[in-house]
Ligand binder design. Structure first.
Ligand code: BMA
Length: 365
């Protein structure tokens, strides 16, 4: 009896695996280290960080976060939209071949990679924002667009298969399909499919990539938009066997900072409680306050909303820059931007982790 008892703690640890029981060593290590790092702090991420920023594009080694803090983000978000229709560049004009190299660069520096996918509507051929009724049903097994959807996943799989580190190992990726699924702006949104259809779609997607395409370097993220309750969050949750990371997206609109702090704080409390109950990794999968019009937003609003929480990472959305319509879209400051000094204060907080600190965590070992 005694030897078995002694082995128990070891077994319990050894069994804390991602949903893919054949996950590569680096992927299992990332999964466990993301959990472990939660005790130390919150990894900071940025979408498209290395590709472009406000007033620049494709300058080797450049990053708006690095221009402001001297350090890169710890998490890199990239986007696969339009890979499914064989385009060489994604919907935000990032060439897929360059994206692969940026992913390798971020990984070699010790950062974490996450991929979103604003895939076109497979039923109508229009964009992800075309909410034609019946789209989700049409791509499920037996649906008229099911075979087409499989060819789209084949293209995603080909991209993912090409992501390898210097030793030939696959680069682990947190894959985040069908995000903001409780909103209704995308074809997979709440008003356009039943909870059961969404769950089936999520499960089919995971099992196709994992079991048919034999990809074992993915962690899977489930993510909603803002939500009111645990029940709402879980309404379309496909189940614990299908998800590694749980998160939600939230943007501040207008200047009611107190409301934003209260909202984010409340939702993170619910998310953390779901994560604890289900042994998942909680994260703020997208956030932002477009154009950062408030000088102290980072430390007096954003940090106030997240500081007491134990989540793995936060991902700021992209610095698209000035738009043709005269507006702008950016979610982290560039050098000289109004909130840049406060972002440096935020960067220096003990529990915010950027690339230098992520590297020390040796997330893949
Ligand atoms: C949205 C905006 C768009 C972009 C899309 C997909 O939030 O940033 O400009 O095309 O995400 O990345």
């Amino acid at each position: 009896m005694l030897p078995i008892l002694l082995l128990l703690p070891f077994c319990a640890f050894a069994q804390d695996l991602p949903i893919d029981k054949k996950a590569t060593k680096e992927t299992v290590n990332l999964y466990r280290n993301l959990k472990k790092t939660i005790q130390k702090g919150i990894l900071f991420g940025h979408q498209d960080d290395l590709a472009y920023g406000v007033n620049w594009k494709y300058e080797k080694g450049r990053s708006d976060i690095k221009d402001v803090t001297g350090d890169y983000p710890a998490v890199y978000g990239w986007e696969l939209g339009r890979i499914e229709i064989d385009q060489a560049v994604n919907l935000d004009s990032v060439p897929f071949d360059r994206m692969k190299q940026f992913i390798r660069d971020g990984y070699e520096r010790g950062g974490v990679i996450t991929l979103s996918w604003h895939l076109n509507n497979p039923l109508t051929g229009k964009s992800a924002w075309d909410p034609a009724p019946g789209t989700v049903a049409s791509i499920l097994p037996g649906g008229q667009k099911h075979e087409l959807y499989k060819t789209w996943l084949d293209k995603v799989a080909a991209f993912l298969s090409d992501l390898k580190g210097k030793k030939g190992e696959f680069i682990p990726v947190i894959f985040r399909p069908f995000h903001e699924l409780n909103g209704s702006w995308f074809w997979w949104g709440k008003n356009h499919c039943t909870p059961e259809e969404l769950k089936q779609l999520y499960r089919f997607t995971v099992s196709y990539l994992r079991d048919e395409k034999n990809l074992h370097h993915l962690l899977y993220a489930f993510n909603t938009d803002r939500f009111q309750s645990k029940a709402e969050y879980l309404e379309r949750y496909p189940g614990n066997e299908w998800v590694d990371v749980i998160g939600f997206d939230i943007y501040q609109r207008g200047n009611d900072h107190d409301k934003f702090i209260k909202d984010i704080d409340g939702m993170l409390s619910t998310l953390e409680s779901i994560a604890t109950e289900n042994n998942k990794i909680p994260a703020l999968t997208e956030f932002g306050y477009n154009s950062l019009p408030h000088a102290d937003w980072w430390t007096t609003a954003f940090w106030k909303g997240i500081e007491k929480h134990h989540i793995s990472f936060v991902l700021a959305w992209r610095n698209a820059g000035k738009k043709n319509d005269g507006g702008a879209e950016f979610f982290v400051p560039y050098k000289g931007q109004l909130s840049a000094d406060d972002f440096v204060r935020f960067y220096k907080l003990e529990r915010t982790l950027f690339e230098k600190e992520a590297k020390q965590q040796k997330l893949y070992q």
